[in-house]
Design a protein around this ligand. Sequence first.
Ligand SMILES: Cc1cc2nc3c(=O)[nH]c(=O)nc-3n(C[C@H](O)[C@H](O)[C@H](O)COP(=O)(O)O)c2cc1C
Length: 205
Amino acid sequence: MSTRTFDYEILDEVKTRWSPRAFDPDRPVPEEDLLGVMEAARFAPSCFNEQPWRYIVAVQGEDDYQKILDVLNETNREWASNAPVLMIITSRKRFAKNDKENRWHLFDAGTSWGFLSLEAHRRGLHTHAMAGFSVDRTREAFDLGEDISIIAAVAMGYYGNKEDLSPELQKKEKPGLRKPTQEILLLKGKIRIHKALSHNSDAIE
Ligand SMILES: Cc1cc2nc3c(=O)[nH]c(=O)nc-3n(C[C@H](O)[C@H](O)[C@H](O)COP(=O)(O)O)c2cc1C
C-alpha cells in the first residue's frame, strides 16, 4: 500500500493533513492565520481544564526563531529553516490550583497540538512536528525551569518546492501511512470490527 486509504468518512482535514518538509521560505504566515491556529490550540480539552500547554512561537527574522533553529538537529534544520514559523511545545507538569502532579499534561498538550495542526491545515498551512532537537539546549536558550516539560518542536508554513529538498528528503516527501484499525484496538471481547468494514484483515475475535 503506497497511498492512504480510509475505511470511514471522516473530517477532511484529518484525511488530508500530512507532514511535509518542503516549506516555502518566501511566503510568511499572516498574523490572522497564526493567531487563528493558536486559537484552535487554546480550545483543546484538558484535565480539570488546566490548559497546561505553553507555546513558544517565533516568526522568521526574530531572535527566537534563530534560537529554535539552533536547537534542532542537523537533519531537521536542513528543511525546517525554510518554514516561516517555528514553535516549541511545552507544558506545565503540575496543576496551578494545588501544585499537585498533573499526570495528564502531556496528553493534553498533545491534544492541543492536534487541534493546532488541523486548524493550520484548514487554513492552507502545513505543520511538521519534530522530536529531533536538544531539550537541554532549549531549556537553556529559553530559560525554562524544571516545572516545564519540553515536548516537541514544530515547523509551520505554506508548501514550497519538493525539488528544493535533497534527494533523500524528496523520497520521504509524502503523507505517512497508517496501521490497520484492528492493530490499534485493544480488544476486551466487546468491540468487533467486521471484515466488510476493515480493509485488510479478518473480523477481530
Ligand atoms: C512528536 C513527533 C515527533 C516527530 N519528529 C520528527 C522529526 O524529528 N523529524 C521529522 O522529519 N519528522 C518528525 N515527525 C513527523 C512524523 O514522522 C510524521 O508525523 C509521521 O511519519 C506521520 O506522517 P504524517 O504526519 O505525514 O501523517 C514527528 C512527529 C511527531 C508527532
